[in-house]
Design a protein around this ligand. Structure first.
Ligand code: NAD
Length: 497
């Protein structure tokens, strides 16, 4: 750990980061890589090394799946009555909440999130775990079937060991979204965090061990995607797999799972639209969309990255957005004044800058002063928020950039707006902005995606299903009662009378 990150840190964060090479946790025990490979994770705000960790090998991952499988079949976990399992899960939620200041700082340092957002992610983990735990107590586990001549019912059982592969943009929050329903249903889990952000997953596994949470239920296998991720996705011992990340890798994970007939849930990228009609409050709508595109430096899969604005307010809307974008305070993620932190690594900064360049080469106009940003005293990976304008055929309007870059285009009619919004292979989330709610509901239902939001962007209340269609994902989505049901296999039991 470097001196620049040690100031103002919680003593337990300093202790965690100074505790040598961080290891995976399997069956409650620390595990190092059988090949001895280690990786370094950087602080995106300074570019400096934050910690070193063991990068587990294929055989280490296979061993983790074996341990998760044995824990499922041999330990009491899967057979516990839901209320007893619920006690453990609430204990874990309480422990995470108690350690929120520590996990929040670890997450902020590792992912480059500004601290209030990192703390919000930790609270979201806690809320999600409590939500699914409580739901698991109240759903019917056995359902009688009214079929004449038969005594018949269905019963729900957990599947077994479930695999999870996560990206780097919301490392801890997504672990909560992923594993909470699986655990509440009685499964065991093996988590592969992204190589850029493994720290909060490792901290979680250690915390679970510290509070006496049953060993082998939560296993964490840090490592590269090519080795640890690929090994997890092709392991035939898994009974379910969940992948969150890019469509390119999602396809590989889906193929590997397909070969084993392992059910797989894919939560992939997006290229969402915001359809802005001429009856909105231009100032307020511009403010909300700029907030959305700069939230976590635009590294948000469901962001509104294509702003489709009615031609009669188009120029006013651009002026409002440009003004707000230039005023965003870019800074180190732990500085209180910062409104937008860095992107996750140098590669991601290059990606953002390259789309600005390619977009302009294909005829788009850069309306703001885009490019790399300087933060005095910090050599991290900072970029400025940018607004491009042009045709929707442009590469920057078609491909996911994953940075604070919005692409704006005018429309003339409702039908044209719908066609423009649907001009994409992705299908994650869009929003409609209008004070005419009849029109807003009609347009919201016409957009081809898993989620349509009205007069808001990024809504994640527990109980509202969230997921993608087409290139944005398949397999059920997250955050609703259906997600919990995904983690039970249902069977019928019948006796002829
Ligand atoms: P990525 O696909 O590069 O990596 C995601 C994970 O897959 C990482 O843990 C990585 O190590 C692993 N991986 C890489 N190669 C692998 C392989 N061959 N086999 C198995 N695993 C492998 O994605 P990223 O760059 O970390 O994240 C950004 C992407 O995630 C964006 O496309 C974003 O839209 C998407 N995302 C989607 C959601 C959602 O809910 N739909 C949420 C967050 C992020």
């Amino acid at each position: 750990m470097t001196a620049t990150v040690s100031s103002n840190l919680h003593p337990d964060v300093v202790k965690f980061l100074s505790s040598g090479t961080l290891k995976g946790v399997v069956g409650g025990k620390d595990v190092t890589s059988s090949t001895g490979q280690t990786l370094k994770t950087l602080n995106p705000g300074s570019g400096e090394v934050l910690a070193e960790f063991s990068a587990l090998s294929e055989s280490d991952v296979d061993n983790a799946v074996r341990v998760a499988g044995e824990t499922f079949t041999k330990s009491p976990w899967a057979k516990l009555p839901p209320n007893e399992r619920g006690v453990w899960l609430h204990r874990l939620a309480d422990a995470v909440e108690k350690h929120k200041p520590i996990i929040g700082q670890i997450e902020a340092l590792d992912a480059g999130k500004i601290l209030p957002q990192a703390l919000g992610d930790v609270q979201n983990f806690v809320d999600t775990l409590r939500y699914f735990t409580n739901m698991s107590l109240h759903v019917q586990h056995r359902t009688a079937l009214a079929v004449s001549g038969h005594d018949a019912w269905t019963v729900r059982h957990p599947w077994g060991p479930c695999g999870f592969i996560f990206p780097w943009n919301f490392p801890f929050l997504l672990i909560g979204w992923g594993i909470s329903p699986a655990l509440a249903a009685g499964n065991t889990v093996v988590i592969k965090p992204a190589e850029d952000t493994p720290l909060s997953a490792i901290y979680l596994a250690r915390l679970a061990r510290e509070i006496g949470f049953p060993d082998g239920v939560i296993n964490v296998v840090p490592g590269t995607g090519e080795t640890a991720g690929a090994a997890l996705s092709r392991n035939p011992g898994l009974r379910r797999m969940s992948f969150t990340g890019s469509p390119e890798v999602g396809r590989m994970v889906g193929e590997a799972c397909g070969r084993n007939l392992t059910p797989v849930k894919l939560e992939l990228g997006g290229k969402g639209a915001a359809v802005v009609f001429d009856d909105v409050d231009v100032t307020k709508t511009a403010e909300k969309l700029v907030q959305a595109i700069t939230f976590h430096t635009g590294q948000v899969c469901c962001d509104a990255t294509r702003w489709l604005v009615h031609k009669s307010i188009y120029n006013d809307f651009i002026d409002e957005c440009k003004d707000r974008m230039t005023k965003v305070r870019i800074g180190y993620q732990l500085d209180e004044q910062s409104q937008m932190g860095p992107v996750v690594n140098a590669r991601q900064r290059e990606r953002v800058l390259s789309y600005l360049k390619k977009g302009q080469e294909q005829g788009a106009k850069l309306l703001t002063d885009g490019g790399a940003a300087e933060v005095p005293g910090r050599s991290g990976f900072y970029v400025k928020p940018s607004l491009l304008a042009g045709s929707l055929d442009n590469v920057a309007a078609r491909e996911e950039i994953f940075g604070p870059v919005a692409y704006i285009a005018p429309f003339s009619s409702e039908q044209e707006a719908i066609e423009m919004a649907n001009q994409t292979d992705y299908g994650l989330a869009n929003s409609v902005w209008s004070s005419d709610l009849t029109r807003a509901y009609r347009v919201a239902e016409s957009l081809v995606a898993g989620n349509s939001w009205i007069n808001a962007h990024n809504i994640f209340a527990h109980g509202i299903p969230y997921g993608g269609v087409n290139k944005s994902g398949m397999g059920g989505g997250v955050l609703s009662i259906e997600t919990l049901f995904d983690y039970w296999r249902s069977m019928s039991v019948v006796r002829p009378l």
